[in-house]
Write a protein that binds this ligand. Structure first.
Ligand SMILES: *[C@@H]1O[C@H](CO)[C@@H](O)[C@H](O)[C@H]1NC(C)=O
Ligand SMILES: *[C@@H]1O[C@H](CO)[C@@H](O)[C@H](O)[C@H]1NC(C)=O
Length: 232
């Protein structure tokens, strides 16, 4: 059973992108929602939001010329200035999050739009964007475990949770690194559209979900513990 009636379910989704976004952080969740839309008839709308309407590459802005010729681009539908009202915003991570210039507008946008969102979903180091926007202050959240130290240092007011595949605090759903974005997405779909829809969708995508949000061998791999949050 879903907790939400048909008319309460979120419709308008947005994902923000910046140079050096992590492909799977974006396309893992989007592929699940694409399929929810096409195979299950969920009436969803997607806006792809960036600084301009130019294609946005997985290649970081600061990558040295010639360092890599292996990247993909996504075409935005809106800029941060023209984004429509959203029910759900997905914030991916990736190498671009390490460059403050690259994500400055993304951070501002999350701060501006968060009060009007129904749900915020962060994947991987996308939590660092939300954290710098201040919207995670006093909240429990998780992020990529390989980039743990650098990301949690961005905002000590957050109750960072080390042992978590994902964390739900109020309307903020944050996931651990990269592939964990799929698990938080399925957990979110189970919450909104019901467990059976999430199960059926995972079967369509032939994805073996992690359904225990506390399961986190990567926190163990790096020997991570929860930092003590700064008292607000
Ligand atoms: C979701 O449905 C599956 C398959 O019917 C079942 O095995 C599982 O226990 C259910 N999970 C929850 C949280 O209800
Ligand atoms: C979830 O994972 C945690 C950590 O591995 C474990 O302690 C707990 O028993 C698991 N819960 C369930 C319901 O399997």
């Amino acid at each position: 059973m879903s907790r939400l009636n048909l008319d309460e379910r979120p419709v308008s989704f947005g994902v923000l992108v910046f140079p050096g976004f992590q492909a799977l952080d974006v396309f893992g969740p989007l592929d699940a929602f694409n399929t929810l839309f096409f195979a299950f008839g969920a009436p969803l709308k997607l806006s792809i939001i960036a600084e301009s309407l130019d294609p946005v590459s997985t290649r970081p802005r600061t990558a040295p010329p010639g360092a890599s010729d292996f990247d993909e681009s996504i075409v935005p539908t809106h800029t941060y200035d023209t984004a429509p009202p959203l029910d759900v915003l997905i914030v991916p991570g990736g190498r671009g999050t390490r460059d403050a210039v690259t994500v400055q507008r993304a951070i501002e946008f999350v701060g501006e739009i968060y009060p009007k969102l129904r749900y915020l979903i962060t994947v991987c180091t996308g939590a660092g964007i939300a954290a710098r926007a201040g919207v995670l202050d006093g909240r429990r959240a998780t992020t990529n475990k390989k980039s743990w130290a650098g990301t949690i240092a961005l905002r000590t007011q957050v109750h960072w949770v080390a042992h978590a595949r994902w964390v739900v605090d109020g309307n903020i759903w944050s996931s651990s690194g990269v592939s964990a974005g799929l698990d938080v997405t399925f957990a979110f779909i189970a919450e909104v559209w019901g467990n059976q829809t999430a199960v059926d969708l995972a079967n369509v995508l032939e994805y073996e979900r992690h359904t225990n949000s506390s399961w986190d061998p990567f926190a163990e791999l790096y020997g991570l513990v929860d930092p003590v949050p700064v008292t607000l």
